[in-house]
Design a protein around this ligand. Structure first.
Ligand SMILES: NC(=O)c1ccc[n+]([C@@H]2O[C@H](COP(=O)([O-])OP(=O)(O)OC[C@H]3O[C@@H](n4cnc5c(N)ncnc54)[C@H](O)[C@@H]3O)[C@@H](O)[C@H]2O)c1
Length: 349
């Protein structure tokens, strides 16, 4: 066989190399840098090509494609959400993604994004809380202690100064796993036996559960004034975590309204219920938290620009690390119109 040319190769970041990159940079530093990258892309939001993600639903899960472009670079992510997967020893969420040059359409990098999604979701959550949470917040309730949980806890420590996390999960083994993973990470970790106990004294409440139904992780009477709710787990039609009455008492902040109205907690509200786009708070055209007593809610569903920022960040940090493999991914005949001849010559070589 002929050896591929240099343009045939696309750098590929495997799971192993992503883990090495996280360890090389340091997880809290990486979360902080990712949050800064996402924030700066939110600040130039109007420039992006935006579309609600393309979702293929089944009774037990969803498979989604999330594309966007800033005119120079294009990115997309493939991601699934299957809450029942963990019963078979599989993950609820897995992902991979690609970055490409708009000028040529050639891919720049292919990457695993299961780990990167956990990092970017946590970085986005903490970045939003930096703008919305009450001043001096130091305690966070973490309800749902699965795959995303430790990433969320560490992002809120690094970016918002959280010092105590109060863990609750319907499965005590998940709480045990999470508490063990966080034990030497500089956080006070409290194991709780109910959601009510977890939110005691918390200024920030993160809900990150997985169940394909209208669930009520928080009911109205559980939530006092002056808190910030970071609602991560409700991200599909028919999959929510908060009682509707909480939404009616909250200032609601979202990523991309056309997507969030279908997938987020606000699918429970009228289609014209007022919401604020987070990017407008960041670029100074909309108000964030109005007063200390307000309940702010980041109705997070995950938007393509966050994945774009994360992919571009990884691409920028790869140089000099060797933490990628070159994939022979793009057919590159010497004469661009002689694709067929390239096959013939390969047979003769
Ligand atoms: N908004 C985003 O950008 C974004 C990104 C990634 C994942 N998600 C969503 O976040 C959720 C969590 O993802 P994950 O990968 O950590 O899933 P996971 O399955 O690993 O963990 C979910 C945990 O929630 C627990 N749980 C389920 N019902 C509960 C309840 N009623 N009370 C308390 N705990 C409960 C489960 O026992 C499990 O430990 C999923 O719904 C996923 O779709 C959202």
């Amino acid at each position: 066989m002929l050896t591929p040319s240099q343009t045939a190769y696309v750098p590929f970041v495997s799971v192993e190399n992503m883990m090495r990159l996280v360890l090389h940079i340091g997880i809290e530093k990486m979360l902080t840098e990712l949050a800064a990258e996402i924030e700066s892309d939110f600040a130039r939001w109007p420039l992006f090509d935006k579309t609600a993600r393309v979702a293929s639903h089944s009774d037990i899960g969803v498979i989604e494609l999330m594309p966007t472009s800033d005119g120079e670079t294009y990115g997309f992510k493939y991601v699934n959400g299957h809450p029942s997967n963990t019963k078979q020893g599989l993950q609820t969420v897995t992902a991979f993604g690609l970055l490409a040059s708009v000028a040529t359409g050639y891919p720049l990098m292919l990457s695993e994004m299961t780990i990167l999604t956990a990092l970017r979701t946590a970085a986005t959550s903490a970045m939003a809380a930096k703008w919305l949470a009450p001043n001096g917040a130091s305690v966070m309730a973490m309800i749902g202690n699965g795959a995303q949980a430790e990433f969320q806890a560490l992002a809120f420590k690094a970016i918002c100064g959280i010092r105590e996390v109060r863990l609750y999960d319907i499965d005590p083994l998940a709480t045990e796993k999470c508490a063990n993973n966080l034990k030497d990470q500089g956080l006070a970790v409290i194991r709780c036996t109910s959601a009510e106990e977890a939110i005691m004294g918390a200024q920030i409440i993160t809900t990150c559960t997985a169940d394909k139904q209208y669930a009520t992780i928080l009911s109205d009477n559980m939530v006092g004034t002056g808190v910030h709710i970071n609602a991560v787990g409700g991200d599909c039609p028919g999959k929510t975590e908060l009682h509707r009455d909480i939404l009616l008492r909250s200032g609601i902040f979202v990523e991309y309204p056309p997507q969030t109205r279908i997938e987020g907690e606000i699918q429970q509200l009228d289609p014209d219920h007022p919401v604020t786009e987070l990017w407008q708070v960041i670029n100074g055209t909309a108000e964030g938290r109005s007063d200390a007593r307000q309940i702010t809610l980041f109705d997070s569903v995950g938007f393509a620009i966050e994945d774009f920022s994360a992919l571009r960040y990884v691409y920028s940090r790869l140089k000099g690390t060797g933490l990628f493999q070159n994939l022979d991914m793009i057919a590159d005949p010497d004469d661009p119109r002689d694709l067929f001849g390239m096959i013939l010559r390969a047979g003769q070589a």
